[in-house]
Design a protein around this ligand. Sequence first.
Ligand code: ATP
Length: 139
Amino acid sequence: MADNQSVLSVSIVTPDGRVYENDGELLVIKTKLGQLGIMPNHVPVISSLEVDEVRVKHDGEEDEIAVNGGFLEFSDNVATIVADSAERQDDIDVGRAESARDRAQAAIKKAQEAHDDDTLARAEVALRRAINRINVANH
Ligand code: ATP
């Protein structure tokens, strides 16, 4: 049986509550400094996160979670991800994400025409969230 030295404990929390909690053998996550693969006994990490998927390998399976920004704290084999929002693969409403993608694309076009940089930046982030959800749901 696995002991505490050979597993990671991964939890993902958002303002809405805990979205994910499991033990695993590998955490793959995209930080602002690049992609990280974290195995048990990895050195401590604190980093801001990209809007991207988080993968947790455990028992020959892989869980995928769409994580929409936030940060990672890892130490003593405990990974805590605090995200603005996050959804497990099975909880993603693809139709909603596709509508959000279409709205964001229209908003980007409008903001570019109006030279509205603030609205453009917000719409680009909304587009990244929508595409991330669609990608995770379709894997
Ligand atoms: P939308 O425009 O569809 O609301 P959004 O990117 O603005 O998308 P967020 O503000 O990131 O949404 O999230 C608000 C809440 O809705 C969060 O709890 C998030 O997990 C959930 N959520 C957003 N989009 C989806 C989706 N496609 N499927 C499931 N849950 C979603």
